[in-house]
Design a protein around this ligand. Sequence first.
Ligand code: PEP
Length: 244
Amino acid sequence: MRFVVANWKMNFLSDQARDFCEAFLADYTASPSVTTAIAPPFHLIRPVADSFRSRQVRVFGQNGHADPKGAFTGEISMAQLQDVGCSGVILGHSERRQLFGETDEALAAKVKAARDWNLLPLLCVGETLEERQRGQTLDVLDRQLSILARTGPTPLWVAYEPVWAIGTGLRAEVAQIREAHAFIQAKLRTLMAPNIGPVPVLYGGSVTPENFPELLDIPEVAGGLVGGASLDPAKFATLVKQAG
Ligand code: PEP
């Protein structure tokens, strides 16, 4: 099974999302070997989920709060994400960590909350350019994954997203991806009970239809988390086809 996940970030108004869904669905055939998901901004979750109902495209949140409800202005809970049609949630994206101060401690609580509300967490991990240049990549991945020791075994997907490759057009090299993914898998094996089953580890960072086939040839790569290219329905449909 391969996995292709679109992260729309803070893009699209309602009519643009409608146009995307129409164009994408015209080009999309569900495949038993690919799991496809789209993470729209909050105001589009319901209409996107409605468009994809019965077409086997999952809808994810881009973030969620650990508490089910309460005085948290501007936040959305896992319960609310589930209520509007999400079956998963992206957690710990580097933009959340860097721009909104999301800590590993907060992420441990969010992973637990996602599990409690039956949402599949897609946990993002990855090093900054400075961390890579200082030789700290594996230490960073180790620290970011260690939150799973606090959550207990839980089904999840992980995305390795080198921060310096996100939205920059710079893709990590095959050897860098292999090293990081092998490390993540080994760490997950020590943290997760065997009955959770294999955890898919996706790659994210300037994925395009031009470079995705090469990425999919890497045995440790289970699929892609895609930002920029996922805003174009033809490109996203191509990525899904390439994974099939
Ligand atoms: C992302 O934001 O998760 C991402 C991978 O973005 P892009 O594909 O644009 O690099």
